[in-house]
Ligand binder design. Structure first.
Ligand code: ADP
Length: 328
């Protein structure tokens, strides 16, 4: 691990975009400038590092972006960076400008790339968890998760209105890749009857029984929230099974899709992005290198990039129990 002083910091957003990334970029740039460092924006993640799409940033470069979704630095996935030749090209571009520290805002794949890059070229890297999926250990929240969940809640509330008007059974699919946190949080917050997540085995008989039971009791609205990564493959697949086993139910499907990625970040996402961005620069300056900056129990928490990569958060079984009780 390098302990040398950092003077020039490069910042990039990588992998899937998440609302709040801009707030993090702003925090990193302004904290660095406050300490008299030179700050550089790297466009389109690791691709921009390889293509030398890098520009110096001042305080005005990040003006008026805290409220904007997406990322002003753009984001991309780079196959070339997976190869040693690609990473060498990227390093040469950093060296040319004297960039001696990196802040990477992204998911576990981006951290994997950062760890490799840092091992090969002795450039300290700091990771900030930027993903709507919340599938990274070492932080209670990831940048973008809260916004995505709130978007899902707003949409599901609207679906509930029409489900209610027609006495329909709605199966709503939310994002999350192979993690069920968006489904769990948005499902509880919208009073879903059932929530299906990849972390737990789905008992289809139990699901059908509970839906049948509710039908008998003339429960007005039936809402099932399913994570896109559930073992049954999402809302369409689940609807096919339900329609076969419960043909009397008026079953409809709604896949929320990419609306969950966009939009203005919530207060919470702006706040954690600002705190994490500030501490990313502090880490680089204080020799705390190759860590992911997270927040646990409202305190800053530092996880070696290696561990942030490997571990996944555990789903709260108790929460699923609450769903069943509250939906009865
Ligand atoms: P996320 O960061 O959202 O998980 P990806 O998994 O697509 O997104 O990773 C983003 C980028 O990080 C990839 O396109 C690639 O350039 C880089 N990356 C991912 N895994 C590795 C790896 N094992 N070695 C080098 N670079 C990697």
């Amino acid at each position: 691990m390098s302990e040398k002083k950092v003077n020039k910091i490069g910042i990039l957003t990588s992998g899937g975009d998440a609302p709040g990334m801009n707030a993090a970029v702003r925090a990193v740039v302004r904290t660095g400038l406050y300490h008299g460092l030179e700050m550089f924006g790297i466009m389109r993640g690791y691709s921009g590092m390889i293509d030398d799409d890098i520009y110096q940033m001042d305080s005005r470069s990040v003006a008026n972006i805290i409220q904007r979704g997406g990322t002003i630095l753009k984001t991309a996935r780079s196959k070339e960076f997976m190869e040693p030749e690609g990473r060498k090209k990227a390093y040469d571009n950093l060296r040319k400008r004297g960039i001696d520290g990196l802040v990477i805002i992204g998911g576990d794949g981006s951290f994997r790339g950062a760890q490799k890059f840092s091992n090969e070229f002795d450039i300290p890297c700091i990771g900030l968890p930027g993903t709507i999926d919340k599938d990274i250990a070492g932080s209670d929240f990831t940048i973008g998760f809260d916004t995505a969940v709130n978007t899902a809640v707003e949409a599901i509330d609207k679906i509930r209105d029409t489900a209610d008007a027609h006495d329909r059974l709605f199966i709503v699919e939310v994002m999350g890749r192979d993690a069920g946190y968006i489904a769990l949080h948005s499902g509880i917050a919208t009073g879903a009857e059932n929530i299906l997540v990849p972390e737990t085995k789905t008992d289809i008989d139990e699901l059908i029984n509970s839906l049948t039971e509710k039908e008998k009791r003339k429960k007005l609205v039936n809402l099932v929230v399913v994570a896109e990564g559930d073992e049954y493959g999402g809302a369409n697949e689940l609807a096919t099974i339900i329609k076969k086993r419960l043909p009397q139910a008026d079953t409809r499907v709604c896949i929320l899709g990419h609306i969950q990625r966009g939009g203005s970040p919530t207060c919470l996402d702006r706040l954690i992005a600002s705190r994490m961005g500030y501490h990313a620069v502090e880490c680089l300056m204080n020799g705390k290198h190759n860590v992911m900056v997270g927040i646990v129990n409202n305190k800053m928490h530092y996880t070696p990039l290696d561990n942030a990569i490997k571990a996944k958060q555990t789903i709260m079984k108790e929460w699923l129990k609450i769903v069943k009780i509250l939906a009865s």
